[in-house]
Ligand binder design. Structure first.
Ligand code: ZN
Ligand code: MN
Length: 138
């Protein structure tokens, strides 16, 4: 469980002024590695911070992504998903339950383009789709 102090330090590291809303959204993501949607974050934080609107959550997430503190995943075509873990890792989307799982053992060369000087890569998203173990009933 990340503390208020951990979240605060994380925001400062990415040069983000730690307002109440930013600390709440960043803290939620740091403590929930489930790749939540805007709605899930909003519903979870609303009881604590009733003044928080869905628009504020959305704008806060955009800022956190822009500053590099959070990554946005496009793996789920219905909802953007957010991840406080910005280290190199792939994801698996279960079409049955909609859960997004972390996949850490992807070969490093998968993230690199073959030598092509005409393209400068700034984002690589590796997404796998299928059915997860619990949906398969194993
Ligand atoms: Zn599943
Ligand atoms: Mn992840």
């Amino acid at each position: 469980m990340k503390t208020f102090g951990d979240v605060h330090r994380h925001l400062i590291k990415f040069e983000i002024r730690p307002s109440v809303q930013r600390t709440a959204v960043m803290g939620y993501l740091m403590n929930h590695a489930t790749h939540p949607t805007v709605d899930e974050i909003y519903v979870a934080l609303n009881p604590e911070i009733p003044t928080l609107s869905k628009t504020t959550v959305y704008n806060t997430l955009n800022l956190l992504v822009e500053k590099g503190a959070v990554q946005m995943l496009t793996i789920d075509d219905k909802n953007a998903r957010y991840d406080a873990d910005t280290s190199k890792h792939a994801h698996f989307y279960c079409r049955c339950c909609g859960k997004v799982y972390d996949i850490f053992n992807v070969k490093a060369e998968m993230y690199r383009l073959p030598a092509m000087p005409e393209f400068k890569v700034d984002t690589v998203e590796i997404s796998y789709y299928g059915t997860c173990k619990s949906c398969l009933g194993h």
